[in-house]
Design a protein around this ligand. Structure first.
Ligand SMILES: C[S@@+](CC[C@H](N)C(=O)[O-])C[C@H]1O[C@@H](n2cnc3c(N)ncnc32)[C@H](O)[C@@H]1O
Ligand code: SF4
Length: 398
């Protein structure tokens, strides 16, 4: 294991960790092509998708969710996918209008939409902006054409740069995603690519290590030995370089894979990681809703047309609705909160878990440099701990 430099001392400055907000997530489940690494709920259709029918279903499911949540004030909206930029601006407009009819939606809240560089047209971007979208998150993935082809992307670097320029021109806020730890990627290559990315970025970047997900074409190739990804040591070196470069450039990590200038953190994602409430609308969307001390976990049918049929028949596509025990909530709070450089609030965790962290296990993890206390009230992972986050959580969990 390489030594990993400590996190910059700053914490996310967006929102309040103890008042994590209420987000609305809307899932658009279609893509123009399926990327070979991706296991998100995304589907390719060779016939045009009936967007009006989907809008009617989104609105119907919102009505059902509104009955579950009661009146609430929305702090952020996120349209994810799939490829939401395949939606017509009128579809986006209808979804946002629906949300504003069901919940209190103050002016100026963060409204993010994911977009693929290959599905970007200036006119559509302007339409999304007119509908109320004020933040766009672009799936750039790589800044060289060889790796974009390897990742099965439909765009090239030129398209990506065009999309970045257009997004910067039209939206007040913009982020983009890159995937690193690609086969044979050297630190020097990643270093150069990341510096270039930082120069194009406004105030936010999502930098994901390539994960080989079961059931994807990459999984089969990897298993057959035809696709070799960097080992643990090399991944740690690449992660370390990522932390160093982004911190030096003024966009340090505030979460395992997310980097922002202070104040430009994603409000919506902070709601997830601070274990706030959110409704999930659309195929395969998840939600977490508080009801007194209880937290209800919801999940909808994943298959788009099956979801559509269920919503048309029953007013919602919820196939799983579970009341989480306090110990399960404590585990989720830990799993989400330790992703953040601000860590978790120990009093909040203790109230759910019914106990503090086991002193021996905590000391062991501190001694090995995986976690640290921030004063008396918060516990967080070190960068080295972030690299083995699941193991750290498993060690501390209920
Ligand atoms: C839900 S995807 C949607 C983004 C958009 N559809 C696109 O691809 O441009 C969000 C991001 O997750 C990341 N991602 C998806 N699968 C991944 C994998 N197996 N390993 C690492 N990152 C992945 C990609 O960076 C992607 O942009
Ligand atoms: S990475 Fe994005 S474009 Fe590719 S299949 Fe997944 S959701 Fe679709």
């Amino acid at each position: 294991m390489t030594a990993v430099t400590p996190f910059a001392s700053r914490q996310p400055v967006t929102g309040d960790p103890l008042d994590p907000g209420f987000g609305v997530y809307v899932h658009w489940p279609f893509c123009a092509a399926k990327c070979p690494y991706c296991d998100f709920n995304s589907h390719v259709r060779h016939q045009p998708v009936d967007q009006d029918r989907f809008v009617a279903a989104f609105l119907a499911e919102m009505e059902t969710m509104r009955r579950l949540t009661g009146p609430r004030t929305v702090t952020s909206i996120f349209m994810g996918g799939g490829t939401p930029s395949l939606m017509q601006p009128s579809t986006v407009d209808a979804i946002l209008s629906g949300i504003s009819r069901h919940w209190h939606m103050p002016d100026g809240i963060e409204i993010t939409m994911e977009a693929n560089p290959s599905s970007v047209e200036a006119e559509r971007f302007r339409g999304y902006r007119a509908a109320g979208v004020n933040r766009v998150s672009l799936g750039v993935q790589a800044l060289n054409d060889r790796d974009l082809r390897f990742l099965g992307r439909l765009h090239d670097v030129e398209d990506a740069l065009k999309a970045i320029r257009l997004a910067r021109e039209i939206f007040p806020r913009m982020s983009f995603d890159l995937i690193y730890a690609r086969p044979n990627q050297t630190v020097a290559e990643w270093d150069a690519e990341l510096k270039q990315a930082v120069s194009y970025a406004v105030d936010h970047l999502s930098l994901y290590q390539l994960t080989i997900e079961e059931g994807t074409p990459f999984y089969g190739l990897h298993k057959a030995g035809k696709l070799v990804v960097p080992d643990g040591e090399q991944s740690a070196i690449l992660y370390e370089a990522t932390q160093e470069i982004t911190a030096r450039e003024g966009m340090p990590a505030y979460e395992v894979s997310n980097h922002a200038r202070p104040g430009a953190e994603s409000r919506h994602n902070l709601t997830y990681w601070r274990y706030g409430d959110y409704v999930g609308i659309g195929p395969g969307a998840h939600g977490r809703l508080s009801a007194g001390d209880a937290k209800i976990a919801t999940a909808t049918e994943r298959h788009p047309e099956t979801w559509l049929g269920r919503v048309e028949a029953e007013g919602h596509g919820v196939v799983d609705r579970e009341v989480l025990a306090l110990s399960e909530q404590a585990d989720e709070l830990l799993l989400m909160g330790l992703r953040l450089t601000e860590g978790v609030d120990l009093a909040r965790w203790q109230a759910l878990a019914g106990r503090g962290p086991d002193p021996d296990r905590e000391q062991f993890l501190i001694d090995h440099g995986f976690i640290e206390r921030l004063g008396n009230s918060r516990l967080r992972c070190t960068p080295a701990g972030m690299l083995i986050l699941d193991a750290v959580v498993a060690d501390l969990a209920c």
